[in-house]
Design a protein around this ligand. Structure first.
Ligand code: TXA
Ligand code: MG
Length: 310
C-alpha cells in the first residue's frame, strides 16, 4: 500500500490570529516559536505574559524573505554575506534597527539593535508570508524551561492555552546561532544550530566568542536556563545508582543522544530526550560530549540546564 503523505496544515487561520494580535506557536527548523505580530506592542506584550519572560530580554524577529529583513534593520556588506550564505537557516543576525522599521519598541527591549532571522521551515515561512508582518518569537517554552521540539511539548507546557501549528518534530533541535555584526566584527552571542567553524569558513575570518568583559552582551544569556526539574550531572563517564543516564556514542544508557557519535543527531535529540528523562527521573547523568562543531551548542545548553536555578 502506498504511504499516505502527511497532511500539510493550513496556515491561514494561524495567520489571521497573528494579524488579530494573538499569540500562536509555530514550528521552525530549530525549536518551536511562540509568535506574535512584531509591529504591535500589545501583541508582543502577550508573548512576554504567556512565557513569563523578563521584559529586559529581547525577542528574535522572524521574516519570510530578505526584503522584509531589510525594512527592519541595516545590513552591512558582511551581514549581507552572512544572510546570503545561511538564510533561510538557523542563524540570527543582531543588526542596527532602522528608525522606520515599524517594529514595536518592546521587541528589542529598548536596544538600538534587532535580532532577525529567516527560518528554514516551509510552514514558518508560509505563516509569516500569509500574516504579512514580521513575527517576533522566542522559543515556545515557559521562561527558563526546556525548549520544545514538538507540538505536543508546546501544548503540554502551556496546558493547551496556546494554539499550535503542528509541523512535526524539529530538524535541528537546538536554537539558532546568534551573531552580532558591527562593522568588521562578528561576535557570537549564543552558540547554536549553525556551527562556528562553518560561519568562519563562509566569511573567511574568525568569529569572536562572547566572554567576560565582552563589549556586546546578549541580555538573555542567564546562567540558569533550559532547566529540567531533575538534577543534571554532566561529563559523567557512567551513571551512579538511581541516576538515569543520557549517553552518547557507544556507551549504553537509558537513552542515547547518538549511538554513532553524530553531533548533528545529538543536537536534534537533546531537548526531546531531556524532556523524556525529566518526566521519569529525579536525577540525570549526561555522558561527555565533544566540544567541536555542534558540540559547542550542546555543551552550552547542558551547562545552563545543570546550573543552579535562580
Ligand atoms: O532558534 C531560535 O532562535 C528560536 C526560534 C523560535 O527561532 N528562538 C529563540 O528565541 O531561541 P529566544 O527568545 O528563546 O532567544 C533569543 C535570544 C535571547 O537570548 C535574547 O537575549 C537574544 O536572542 N537577542 C534577541 N535580540 C537581541 C538583540 N537585539 N541583542 C542581543 N541579543 C538579542
Ligand atoms: Mg529560549
Amino acid at each position: 500500500m502506498p504511504a499516505v503523505p502527511p497532511a500539510i496544515p493550513d496556515v491561514s487561520p494561524f495567520a489571521a490570529r497573528l494579524r488579530a494580535g494573538e499569540v500562536v506557536a509555530f514550528p521552525t527548523e530549530t525549536v518551536y516559536g511562540l509568535g506574535a505580530d512584531a509591529t504591535s506592542s500589545d501583541a508582543v506584550l502577550r508573548i512576554y505574559e504567556t512565557k513569563g519572560r523578563p521584559r529586559f530580554n529581547p525577542l528574535i524577529v522572524h521574516v519570510a524573505d530578505l526584503d522584509m529583513a531589510r525594512r527592519l534593520v541595516v545590513f552591512s556588506p558582511l551581514a549581507e554575506t552572512l544572510a546570503a550564505a545561511f538564510w533561510p537557516g538557523p542563524l540570527t543576525l543582531v543588526l542596527p534597527r532602522r528608525p522606520d522599521s515599524g517594529l514595536s519598541d518592546i521587541v528589542s527591549a529598548g536596544l538600538d539593535t534587532v535580532g532577525v532571522r529567516m527560518p528554514a521551515h516551509p510552514l514558518a515561512l508560509a505563516l509569516i508570508r500569509a500574516a504579512g508582518v514580521p513575527v517576533a518569537a522566542p522559543s515556545a517554552n515557559p521562561s527558563g524551561r526546556l525548549s520544545p521540539t514538538s507540538a505536543a511539548q508546546v501544548t503540554a507546557a502551556f496546558e493547551g492555552r496556546v494554539p499550535v501549528l503542528d509541523g512535526g518534530p524539529c530538524r535541528a533541535g537546538v536554537e539558532s546561532t546568534i551573531l552580532a555584526v558591527t562593522g568588521e566584527r562578528v561576535v557570537q552571542l549564543r552558540a547554536g544550530a549553525l556551527a562556528r567553524d562553518e560561519i568562519e569558513k563562509a566569511i573567511g575570518r574568525p568569529v569572536e566568542r562572547i566572554g567576560a568583559g565582552a563589549a556586546i552582551a546578549s541580555p538573555g544569556m542567564m546562567a540558569s536556563h533550559y532547566a529540567p526539574d531533575a538534577s543534571l550531572r554532566l561529563d559523567a563517564e557512567a551513571p551512579a545508582p538511581g541516576e538515569a543516564y543520557l549517553a552518547f556514542g557507544d556507551r549504553p544508557g537509558t537513552l542515547n543522544l547518538s549511538p554513532t557519535g553524530d553531533l548533528r543527531e545529538a543536537a536534534c535529540n537533546l531537548f526531546a530526550m531531556l524532556h523524556e528523562l525529566d518526566a521519569s527521573a529525579r536525577r540525570i547523568a549526561v555522558a561527555p560530549i565533544p566540544a567541536h562543531g555542534l558540540g559547542e551548542a550542546i555543551n552550552d545548553r547542558l551547562r545552563r540546564a545543570a546550573a543552579p536555578k535562580s
